[in-house]
Design a protein. Structure first.
Lengths: 125, 130, 96, 125, 130, 96
């Protein structure tokens, strides 16, 4: 995992929505995979309810619609290894990095604003 | 008991349609009757006949059609909300001088008055919103 | 008794505040969809006013990997239980 | 304006969304007008951001799309005279009933729950 | 400067499309170039060719078409988001064995890669979401 | 300088909290659509951290009848001013 100061990347995708309740998270992850497939360096920031994407043990939704757990497993395959998680959201939900299914670096507010500054393009979902 | 559902969320964008279908099947399995599902706000997008979701995802329009075929549940779509959003049936398409249509039976375009009637006719009206 | 249904997370939306304002002393609250985030031990304090009358939908907790993190003061019901809650209520009100 | 205890009505419509930003408010008011036209007794409760519907001096939106001010003027024509406004939302926005373009009765939490109890059907928008 | 817009809100349901069009006209009036509008999430519903809003309301699809006709702005619609939601053009409709279509030129169904390209090609990408 | 654009009311949505977390010391915040409710004198305290860098879109205030209720610490810009803000910024981030 790269530290934020290295992350002079092409694209930062901010994921603020929880899985299943809406398609925001899935559509944000799709954008990340496509950008990586196009050769861009992509970082992900899980913020607010979006940290729920990283909870292990997720399954299919109502009627069996696909969740996002399988997509998360594909991130490494696409060389998306810069994963950040909003430390204050973790705190608010009473969680620690050990509760997450992927290694994501907890970041404070100053680091979040720096991540936004050093990436060329920011998309929020 | 007699139930009605009000669905206000677009399919695939929010869980509303999925939750409504899951609830519909459960109430029918318990011996209740589902008179009608009324689609309003972005819920009218559930009636888009051309929807082509990936094969490994649930096909919501087919699922609604199945409720109608197996249990006689009416599928009522608010006409004012639908016209704005491009969901015309053959009659409305002709009336607006357009070619083609986006909504077909068993979904029916109808007035908001049907929602009010439904809400007062059934024992329980449950809303599923985005 | 009225069944209130809330599908938004208290981490994002303040609609839970209006929901609680609108609940009578016998009314029940069912958390569904993203609303089940409110059933987590870290969040359930938002719903202290309706303790004992707070429910969460099992299928939505399971899909999110949260069934083991649901606070013990929350009554977990599956979709059949959801139907039962609507049977027992005079009517339902959905908050979103 | 009827007091809440008289309001043993057919339909209570709860309006929680502000004008212009989404179509929720307009679609909720449309439902109210249709119900009244069908002979139902209709009450409206403006709650949360929905109290913004009652601010005077509203205009057309971006691109000139219609606002809801004209629809509000039609309420009296349709005999929808039971208008309630969430007192805590008024407080939160620093407003009083005098700031509103229609006479709406401020109601506290207990009255809101009673309104919900005494109406046959509740729709939220 | 060269601009791109990302529109994620359904027309008539949220202000996103209205705000995006207002911003588009303002930036063009100031002498900038609007290369493309990319429609994603519920924004893809902006491409519904059958939309029939009341005559006293703005016709958003016509407004998008006008941007294309007058300023050469591309109107790109995410194909994966569109197919799920029933927004097929003639080609996709045939491919899925359906009759009729819901999307037509100048709106074009395209991959999400076009959004990534757009975001890196233009000087400013501005998102309008519901 | 980065331009952040927020279209949600602090009366309903907590997204403003994430927006403020993400803003650097020179960044600007533009309130649009329902976000302009945050520019009211009764609400503007939520944005105290970015005082002097807080903007609201005139057209959206006017459409809502709120132009006269906008707090004097908020800089009101029209849609041309919105374009100017995007010209002056290195990039924009939308929050919703």
């Amino acid at each position: 995992m790269s530290s934020p100061s290295d992350a002079n990347g092409d694209l930062l995708i901010i994921l603020r929505h929880a899985p299943h309740g809406s398609s925001w998270l899935r559509e944000g992850l799709d954008a990340a995979l496509v950008a990586a497939a196009f050769g861009k360096s992509v970082s992900l920031l899980f913020q607010g309810d979006g940290i729920m994407a990283l909870i292990p043990g997720q399954g299919a939704g109502a009627l069996g619609q696909k969740g996002t757990a399988a997509t998360l497993d594909m991130l490494a395959m696409y060389d998306i290894e810069s994963l950040y998680v909003d430390a204050s959201a973790l705190d608010r939900f009473g969680m620690t990095p050990d509760d997450l299914q992927l290694p994501a670096l907890p970041v404070d507010d100053a680091t979040i604003s720096r991540l936004i500054a050093v990436h060329r393009l920011i998309l929020t979902f | 008991m007699r139930y009605g559902l009000l669905v206000q969320g677009a399919p695939y964008s929010s869980q509303a349609s999925h939750s409504a279908l899951r609830f519909a099947r459960a109430l029918i399995a318990r011996g209740h009757r589902l008179e009608s599902v009324f689609f309003y706000h972005d819920g009218v997008y559930n009636a888009a006949r051309l929807a082509a979701p990936p094969q490994d995802e649930p096909h919501l329009i087919d699922a609604w059609n199945g409720l109608n075929a197996e249990h006689g549940t009416q599928l009522q779509v608010c006409i004012a909300a639908a016209l704005r959003r491009g969901l015309l049936d053959e009659l409305e398409s002709a009336r607006h001088g357009k070619r083609g249509h986006a909504v077909e039976s068993p979904f029916e375009l109808t007035g908001l008055g049907q929602l009010i009637d439904l809400g007062h006719e059934v024992d329980r009206l449950v809303t599923f919103a985005p | 008794m009225i069944l209130h249904i809330l599908n938004r997370s208290p981490g994002t939306s303040l609609v839970y505040r209006d929901t609680l304002s609108a609940m009578g002393p016998e009314d029940r609250l069912l958390l569904t969809e993203d609303g089940v985030l409110g059933a987590l031990t870290s969040q359930v304090r938002h719903f202290q006013a309706v303790q004992g009358r707070l429910f969460a939908l099992r299928e939505d907790l399971v899909a999110r990997g949260l069934i083991g993190r649901c606070d013990e003061t929350v009554q977990v019901v599956d979709v059949d239980g959801f139907v039962t809650l609507t049977e027992e209520a005079d009517k339902t009100v959905s908050w979103f």
